[in-house]
Design a binder for this molecule. Structure first.
Ligand code: OGA
Ligand code: NI
Length: 360
């Protein structure tokens, strides 16, 4: 018993403390979490204005079977949202509010289980799936004040059920239901995005290939006594092609960097989904759609829970600007790449912009 206890104690010693534990203990913020001066994006502002003009896309209009005018108008809105912001919120998406509520509730319940229970799903040493802190991959990397549960949804054969919580009991079932619906919306939206650029509707989906990737990331942002020093998530653009975020229904925190100049708070629209373009969509669209830089702030009063679903092409596919969008007046802006993820994570953890490495 003593030996077991000692090993457990040693294991506890060795593991990085979770942000949640530090928040609950009232620990001082360790230096490794202080991000200022380490990242060179945008101005440092503590209370940016609300992005009141962040576009809202009404999917019942975009996919209207009865009004071609509505559909055309909403398609134009979609195109301009992706060009100007690289981000928008979707409403009338057809997912039941009770399912969204259920998913949020299960996520909260998971993060509030005792640590030993959560550690049953702890991220392995070599993979990315599982429960854990912001992984420390580089000595100079400022750490994010967040804990997360990262789960591969697709391709099916890369699902690692060992990391899928069985507690709370309906977690897996609800996650499956939610992701099935988000996948359908994603596919229809991606087709609409291609149409908005006068491309055949399967143009981007084809680039995704057969084994495209879908990843779920549950983000838990505990409170922090020094929100002025620490970020829930450092500035980044997503490495995906598209990301769907189920925001917390009450607590703000997500901010967008518009035109590389000003930060804006993303408003909370209850039960809307926040959709943003990631780097691989900016590449495929030859810069027509913008992969938005964003960050997450912390606050001292309320924790925040979000769920991101990340859609990316098959790592084996060649991803580059589609040829219809390259001509004499629109030179090719990006190199063609395969397997973007390792490049992405390398520069992301250093606080640099991975996409910059691919610009021609
Ligand atoms: C992300 C992300 C935003 C949020 O997970 O990449 O940007 O508000 N999340 O959690
Ligand atoms: Ni992001």
């Amino acid at each position: 018993m003593a030996a077991v206890a000692a090993t457990t104690a040693a294991a506890k010693e060795a593991r990085q403390k979770h942000a949640q534990e530090m928040a609950e203990n009232g620990d001082e913020v360790p230096q490794g979490y202080v991000w200022k001066d380490k990242i060179r994006y945008g101005p440092i502002e503590l209370s940016p204005p609300l992005a009141e003009e962040l576009p809202i896309i009404d999917l019942s209009r975009l996919f209207s079977a009865s009004s071609a005018i509505d559909a055309a108008e909403e398609l134009a809105n979609l195109r301009s949202a992706l060009r100007i912001w690289g981000c928008f919120q979707v409403i009338n998406h057809g997912i039941d509010i009770s399912l969204l509520e259920n998913m949020r509730q299960l996520s909260r319940e998971f993060f509030h289980l005792p640590m030993d229970e959560k550690l049953k799903y702890a991220r392995g040493a070599d993979g990315i799936d599982g429960y854990g802190t912001d992984p420390k991959l580089h000595v100079n990397q400022p750490l994010d004040w967040t804990d997360r549960l990262y789960l591969t949804i697709k391709p099916d054969d890369l699902r690692n059920l060992q990391y899928w919580p069985e507690n709370p009991i309906s977690f897996r079932d609800v996650l499956n239901k939610y992701t099935d619906l988000v996948v359908k919306i994603h596919d229809e939206l991606l087709k609409a995005m291609a149409r908005s650029l006068n491309l055949p509707e399967n143009r981007f989906l084809k680039q995704y290939g057969e084994n495209s990737s879908v990843i779920a990331r549950f983000n838990y942002y505990p409170t922090c006594t020094r929100p002025d020093l620490v970020l829930g998530l450092k500035p980044h653009s997503d490495g995906s092609a598209l990301t769907f975020l189920l925001q917390d229904n009450e607590v703000k925190g997500l901010q967008l960097l518009k035109d590389d100049k000003n930060w804006f708070d993303v408003p909370i629209i209850p039960n809307a989904l926040v959709v943003n373009a990631g780097d691989q969509l900016e590449i495929m669209s030859n810069g027509e759609f913008k992969s938005i830089v964003h960050k997450v702030t912390t606050n001292s009063e309320k924790e925040r829970n979000t769920l991101g679903i990340f859609f990316s092409p098959d790592a084996a596919m060649e991803i580059g600007p589609v040829e219809e969008l390259v001509d004499a007046t629109r030179p090719k802006l990006f190199k063609t790449i395969t397997n973007y993820a390792p490049t992405y994570f390398h520069y992301f953890q250093l606080g640099q912009r991975p996409l910059d490495m691919l610009r021609l």
